[in-house]
Design a binder for this molecule. Structure first.
Ligand code: ZN
Length: 469
């Protein structure tokens, strides 16, 4: 264990709890065996759809997939004309916040809510995300370590939500996209490296170290300007090459990946040169840059639903934001078509929080609108996301030995990709969170199998997962 000799800082404490988890599990009743059956199953190893889907689950793991005999004493959940898929993954969320219809009211709430109050909203949004079939999210940016608070509470079983890999504060420059709004410094204290705001390679390295110290699983940077900030042009670089190299080398030394918020092409070139793992949004990327990404295996996370959402809502934002939203949206469609033609690796991510949580599944259909096949879209939000997040040994495909994260959607998902927006079953860590009948009615779990918040929260860590938790 990497922190065994360090005094009990919160992260070391979490690691100690993790070590206790198997012991705590051994003291409870033997896990139930559940057999999920449906007319179809999506094989995310190769993107094919097969008939006669069967997934056998015991505890939090998949025991077998395919036509197996039903084990004695197992509970059979027959979903009828539906497709079984791996739990969906969203590589770009902001689960601790949500834009309001009134942009100015949201800014007011930003200032007036306590972090402990805001994270309660996060708990609600996390539940909605899980109920939408997203059993894993990579949360790339939050204030006041609210994402770390929420992740830890979910892992401890005191609230409900998806598996979360979190970045804590995004790393960016003063005045840049992540530097909040341009509040007068006498009224709102300017932010520094602890809040992810830094100048120069050494201060940026320090900012990364702080996020990891308090439990960041991944690092997020603002390589270029953004749409939803008022002081900056949307496309120009906001970190220097040396700053990005310092950030990325520090994160990689800790085996953390780095995701770049990046609309602009020049900024993307710097990020790629510095060793970035993924480019998020990517609105103004040129063909040459997309080809470079393909050659280097840099993943594009399109956040298409947000691009369209922000364009649709443009008139509700301040004029400078509205203009940037329209410019980015206009460029993003052509960029996506180029990326698909060139064959850039694409992993599904939405930027949930800019639009209401729970609509994440619309991202699949939007990729198909732009020319992806339904199977490619599904792979981007399952297997390929799991690879990007570095958790493909545990999630992303339905295979014996993997974590029991399973979603069912109505009918044949390849003939109707938008079925992903209405899952009829959501299983996470072997527990059924959503189960709907043929007319959309909720089918409750039998007594003793209800959601964790129905009873006493467990004392120990709820579910061991990789090295991240
Ligand atoms: Zn974002």
């Amino acid at each position: 264990m990497r922190m065994a000799k360090i005094p009990p800082a919160p992260a070391a404490l979490a690691a100690a709890l993790l070590a206790l988890a198997p012991l705590a599990g051994a003291q409870s009743a033997p896990p139930e065996t559940i057999v999920l059956k449906a007319a179809h199953i999506f094989d995310a190893r190769d993107g094919t759809l097969k008939d006669g889907g069967v997934v056998v689950v015991r505890g939090d793991r998949i025991v077998s997939v395919g036509a197996a005999d039903v084990p004695a004493g197992a509970r059979v959940v027959d979903l009828g004309d539906a497709t079984l898929l791996p739990g969906f993954i969203d590589a770009h969320t902001h689960v601790t916040m949500q834009f309001e219809k009134n942009y100015y009211l949201m800014r007011y709430h930003d200032l007036m809510r306590f972090p402990s109050e805001q994270v309660l909203y996060g708990a609600l949004y996390a539940k909605r995300t899980l109920e939408a079939g997203f059993t894993t999210v990579r949360n790339v940016g939050a204030s006041d370590f609210e994402d770390i608070s929420l992740r830890n509470a979910i892992n401890a079983g005191v609230t409900e939500g998806p598996r979360m890999l979190v970045s804590a504060h995004g790393i960016g420059s003063p005045g840049g996209h992540f530097d909040a709004a341009s509040f007068p410094p006498d009224e709102v204290k300017p932010e520094g490296p602890i809040e992810g705001i830094c100048s120069g390679p050494e201060q940026c390295r320090q900012a990364v170290r702080y996020q990891m110290k308090w439990g960041a699983d991944v690092i997020k940077i603002a390589a270029s300007g953004g749409v939803l900030s008022e002081s900056d042009p949307v496309d120009v670089p906001q970190l220097t090459l040396d700053e990005m190299k310092a950030i990325i080398s520090e994160a990689h030394a800790w085996r953390r990946k780095v995701a770049a918020h990046c609309h602009g092409d020049a900024a993307a070139r710097l990020a790629i040169e510095a060793g970035i793992d993924s480019i998020e949004h990517g609105s103004f990327l040129t063909e040459d840059t997309l080809k470079l990404m393909k050659a280097k295996g840099v993943v594009l996370v399109p956040t298409r639903i947000t691009v369209e959402w922000v364009q649709k809502e443009a008139e509700t934002y301040p004029p400078v934001i509205a203009a940037k939203a329209r410019a980015a949206a206009a460029a993003h469609t052509a960029m996506m078509k180029n990326a698909l033609r060139i064959g850039v690796p694409i992993a599904l991510g939405t930027d949930a929080g800019v639009f209401p949580h729970g609509l994440n599944g619309q991202e699949f259909g939007l990729y198909v609108n732009l020319g992806m096949t339904p199977a490619q879209a599904l792979l981007s939000g399952t297997r390929d996301d799991a690879r990007l997040l570095g958790i493909d040994a545990d999630v992303g495909t339905l295979e014996a030995g993997k974590v029991a994260d399973v979603v069912a959607v109505p009918g044949n998902v390849l003939s109707n990709i938008r079925a992903t927006e209405h899952p009829t079953l959501v299983m996470h860590l072997g527990r059924i969170w959503v189960h709907k009948g043929p007319t959309g009615e909720d089918i409750p779990e039998p007594r003793g199998h209800e959601s964790i918040t129905a009873g006493e929260p467990p004392d120990a860590h709820a579910g061991a997962f990789g090295e991240f938790f």
